[in-house]
Write a protein that binds this ligand. Structure first.
Ligand code: PEP
Length: 263
């Protein structure tokens, strides 16, 4: 039986002081006996602050990105070895913002390439995380143009296939995939729950084909894209949706705790 999982992606938000205040509120607001797995992915610079405050709680934490080499001359990068050393349980990979597939374009188009992860670099990142027993949260999702062209399912299948190539099925039994339609991220537009569930089913089928049936049964598949307290319960009650990856709404402790309660 898969557990529900709710992950807060804080993105490039929260100073150390703000992070402390947010975690202290969350610890008061979320039932310590909840069966739901709850994780926060803060910036690299606030991981230490967050981990210290969470040390005696049931909350987990992780990072938003990783570089696949263990160490060396890679200025500005952080390895899975370092994330493991910092106690991270999770790491997001392949987010549409790091793939350079922004839903709502907030950077000049000419700089988009700066962010662009590929299926190959995502695959290397996942392998480096699994080697350190860190659970990857692989994000997949179609742009609006891809959806309108009728290519949603093939885009999702190809992203899952590229990311999981060469991985032993058992290595991904505690892995996570988040279906995040690019057009729904930070835009306030949520994917209809039945359609979100259908595409999460496409992800599960792809995992069964690329890895095996046991991996497909155990992998947690999250929905992400403008999840709020008002739509979380309906989304999380769908058969193939095992929880949520929450961006904007995770910055508000009260709102995030309501989303956790919905799960
Ligand atoms: C995200 O960035 O992973 C996300 C789902 O963002 P939001 O909830 O703000 O749409």
């Amino acid at each position: 039986m898969r557990k529900k999982l709710v992950v807060g992606n804080w993105k490039m938000n929260m100073t150390r002081g703000q992070a402390s205040a947010a975690i202290e509120s969350l610890l008061l607001l979320v039932d310590p006996n909840t069966e739901v797995e709850v994780a926060i992915c803060p910036t690299y610079l606030t991981i230490e602050t967050v981990s210290h405050l969470l040390r005696r709680s049931h909350f987990l934490y992780g990072a938003q990105n990783v570089f696949w080499m263990p160490s060396g001359a890679f200025t500005g990068s952080i390895s899975a070895t370092m994330l493991a050393d910092a106690g991270c349980s999770f790491c997001i990979v392949g987010h549409s913002e790091t793939r350079g597939r922004f839903g709502k374009l907030e950077v000049p188009e000419s700089t988009l390439g700066y962010f662009s992860e590929t299926d190959e670099t995502i695959n290397l990142k996942i392998k480096s995380l699994l080697y350190q027993s860190i659970r990857p949260i692989l994000c997949v999702g179609e742009t609006l143009a891809e959806r309108e062209a009728g290519n949603t399912d093939s885009v999702i299948y190809d992203q899952v296939k590229g990311a999981l190539a060469g991985i032993e099925p058992a290595e991904y039994y505690s892995g996570v995939v988040a279906y995040e339609p690019v057009w729904a991220i930070g835009t306030g537009k949520t994917c209809d729950s039945a359609e979100a569930n259908r595409v999460c089913g496409v992800v599960r089928k792809a995992v069964a084909e690329i890895l095996d049936a046991d991996a497909a049964e155990s992998v947690q598949i999250l929905y992400g894209g403008s999840v709020k307290s008002g739509n979380a319960a309906e989304l999380f009650s769908q058969s193939d949706i095992d929880g949520g990856l929450v961006g904007g709404a995770s910055l508000d402790a009260e709102e995030f705790s309501k989303i956790v309660r919905s799960a």
